[in-house]
Ligand binder design. Sequence first.
Ligand SMILES: Cc1ncc(COP(=O)(O)O)c(C=O)c1O
Length: 455
Amino acid sequence: MADHTTRTYDSILELLPDADNPTPIVRLNKVTGFEHAQVYAKLEWYNPFGAVKDRVAANLVRAAEERGEELENLVEPTSGNTGIGLAMIANAKGYGFSATLSKDVPLEKRAALRIFGTDLVELDDDLCPLPGQPEGAMQRAEELAERPGWRELNQYQNPDNPDAHFRTTGPEIWRQTGGSITHFAASLGTCGTITGTGRYLKQQNPDVKVIGVHPTEGHDIPGVRSRRALGVTEFFLPDEYDAVVEVADADAYHLAKRLNQEESIIAGPSSALALAGALREIPDEPGVVAVVIFPDNVFKYTSSFQRHLPELFPADTLPEPQAVAPANPFAGHLEAAFEFAKHGPDVVDAGTAAAQFDDGAVLIDVRGPAELERARIAGAVNVPLPELSQGRTDGLPTDKDAPVLTLCAAGTRSLYALLLLKAQGYRNVKSVDGGIAAWAAAGLPTEQRSTAGVG
Ligand SMILES: Cc1ncc(COP(=O)(O)O)c(C=O)c1O
């Protein structure tokens, strides 16, 4: 029986937090520069497996068990922390666990998962996995979950993710601040933390301000997503937040150093990212009480710190840091072009595209070969996106006024293809909204490769 006063437990799982056993909040006294406003860090590495995502892993499993689902083996795409939480809960409960993740996830996290006995599928994927990449973590997890006895709980779509925070993080903070909280901030990954906690706090007091913080495109902060990559999670709901702030890697790592060296708080990079964004939004006024989620600690990211704060690592003390490509300073502009295109007139629904295709438009499918195996559209020309960006013209119409349609799995790569074609002078290009998934959902014909070309 859990006794939080003596901290005596019969099982490690009894350490999972709730309002009676909260993770601590600690006031920041030096780095805020504030005279009046009180800013507290909620130290999520006090969770039993070391991160905020232990709450989510526990709630995903609890809810599935309560629904009576068979949970023999679990598989999940993860940037590390959900995997670590699920691995340990699976170990405690006797379930199997497999994680699909990018090789860019810090070595410290991948090593920990191996120590915990996880079956690890390491992939050449982005640090923030996106759907529709045939060799990506999300796609692979989906495929692996199709095996009998396997189940993907899917933190990006499962409402038990934000619900974990609605049940625990929110009530803890409300009680810890005696209901005096005025501002709440969190960094954005799946957005379970901000959405679940924010909803609970606003339910208690609609005036509480909720601040989300994300990194720039091409960032190097594990666990969080750039504005574009936030599109994959169903829980990024900016209308429910009062501010969404972007912070550069350099600002986050610099503040992380200060948190460690001046506040003696062993914060990891996504903690500092959240704080850096929050400090831009929180007014320094009497009565302001802010709580910022600090998702995990510095020890999983020593290799990342080595890259971003090389001055802390004299050459003779450690091996050379792994080279990383310098961030492209113009990436944000491409990002903006993508966002304009996404909401612009050149995106057409599947029905409109099918009618234009019937009228003779060239349909360019920019997916890769493995995806074409599953479903394709008869008569479409296949030019994979990487080849298009390398300047392949084979298969494209020579007439730059010819009507062209671009298509992929879900509508992201086809938009990049549209931008590439427009940049090459094609004046009449449209991207198919929702990709082949929307095409099939609209009842339009597709075929399997095995039957393609027959008859
Ligand atoms: C280190 C770290 N920071 C921040 C986050 C973001 O939390 P959420 O997924 O609830 O948005 C995560 C999520 O995995 C994380 O691992």
